[in-house]
Design a protein around this ligand. Sequence first.
Ligand SMILES: Nc1ncnc2c1ncn2[C@@H]1O[C@H](COP(=O)(O)OP(=O)(O)OP(=O)(O)O)[C@@H](O)[C@H]1O
Ligand SMILES: [Mg+2]
Length: 183
Amino acid sequence: MAERRIGDVILEVKNISLSFGGVKALTDISFDVREHEIRAIIGPNGAGKSSMLNCINGVYTPQQGTITLRGQTFDHMNSRQVAEMGIARTFQNLALFKGMNVIDNIMSGRNLKMKTNLFQQAIRWGAAEREEAEHRAFVERIIDFLEIQAHRKTPVGRLPYGLQKRVDLGRALAMEPQVLLLD
Ligand SMILES: Nc1ncnc2c1ncn2[C@@H]1O[C@H](COP(=O)(O)OP(=O)(O)OP(=O)(O)O)[C@@H](O)[C@H]1O
Ligand SMILES: [Mg+2]
């Protein structure tokens, strides 16, 4: 495998403060993440780790500070816009479709990548089918990588937490993100 050198800053978090009523969850937090770099945020229960990821991810809007991805600063973006910019995440409390199987949950991570919309699918079956097949092949590669082949057709709600966590990671990897946040 090619060596991956640490590159330029791709994500910059600057002076973030977030409070819920009187509870100060984050006070003036700054850090950055460079290309190919792995960064860890540590702290005891309630320290604000998940809240920090929720700010980056557009779930929470901090009262102060800025978040910049590849030079583009965003203040009030929702989770979908953040995902479109190339930031994916896993969730501490998992956010999977419990009744759907492993393949379909991971496929849901490919949604933003699907070019053909419903109308195109109706008039151009061939192209839509080819695209769908490509996405399914990509999902199968993730399933192999995570070693969950035996559970491909199992509804995720029936899997133990550790395996659900792997499916959650698979869904995030399916987005082929530039930045992957793991809670
Ligand atoms: N939606 C919310 N509404 C009110 N308070 C919140 C909310 N989310 C988090 N908090 C509070 O913000 C603080 C930080 O919580 P957070 O979940 O970010 O901590 P954490 O570091 O992820 O903890 P853990 O290790 O338990 O996952 C806590 O005091 C928590 O109660
Ligand atoms: Mg947390």
